[in-house]
Design a protein around this ligand. Structure first.
Ligand code: FE2
Ligand code: FE2
Length: 198
């Protein structure tokens, strides 16, 4: 009779899934970077591509620490997220709107990874795989930081720029009601409003 799988088996399976997800992302991130108009957004995707290559290597270290062979298993979840990202890139949006959509696509991937690594860290700790837990936690922190960076880029300019293009008349009305210095427009404006509301 076949023995029932354990949490250790599920852990190894999840590691293989995540290893494949990271590899898929090393191919997808250059496309996101290439489609970005904002130089800051492009730089953020490129920087995270470098980190993602590090995540692949770090997972290889995790397999080694568990004396397991390095192996991937097709990750359908990230494949679906990447597929959705690709269809967004085929849309005909203005530059700021495309950037806002690329951020949305990127954040879906980051949240997927945060969920995967959150589980992996918790399982590694529960089973006493301390070295693996430590390595996985480093990656989890980088995924969180990448997600926060994307939020920051969206909230400190890109979303407002896209929104102003979507509703130009609203913006004019606002300006008529309340004459504001030129610097209150666009990126600086959003940042200034954020600071003022704190
Ligand atoms: Fe990653
Ligand atoms: Fe990531």
């Amino acid at each position: 009779m076949a023995q029932a799988g354990t949490l250790h088996d599920a852990f190894i399976d999840e590691l293989r899934d995540t290893y494949d997800a990271e590899k898929q992302l090393t191919k997808a991130l250059p496309k996101l970077a290439k489609s970005a108009s904002s130089p800051e957004l492009r730089a953020a995707f490129e920087a995270h591509l470098e980190e993602t290559r590090g995540h692949v290597e770090r997972l290889e270290e995790v397999f080694a620490s568990l004396e397991e062979k390095v192996r991937g298993k097709h990750c359908d979840g990230i494949a679906g997220i990447i597929e959705e990202g690709k269809s967004i890139m085929e849309e005909d949006f203005d530059d700021a709107t495309m950037d806002a959509c690329l951020i949305a696509a990127g954040q879906r991937a980051e949240h997927y990874e945060m969920a995967a690594y959150g589980t992996l860290v918790a399982w590694a700790k529960a089973m006493g795989h301390d070295e693996a837990a430590e390595l996985l936690e480093k990656t989890l922190d980088e995924e969180k930081a990448a997600d926060e960076k994307l939020s920051m880029l969206a909230e400190e300019g890109i979303n407002q720029e896209a929104a102003d293009a979507a509703h130009p008349s609203d913006q004019e009305e606002e300006e008529e009601d309340e004459p504001a210095p030129a610097s209150s427009k666009g990126r600086t404006g959003t940042a200034a409003r954020r600071t003022a509301s704190r």
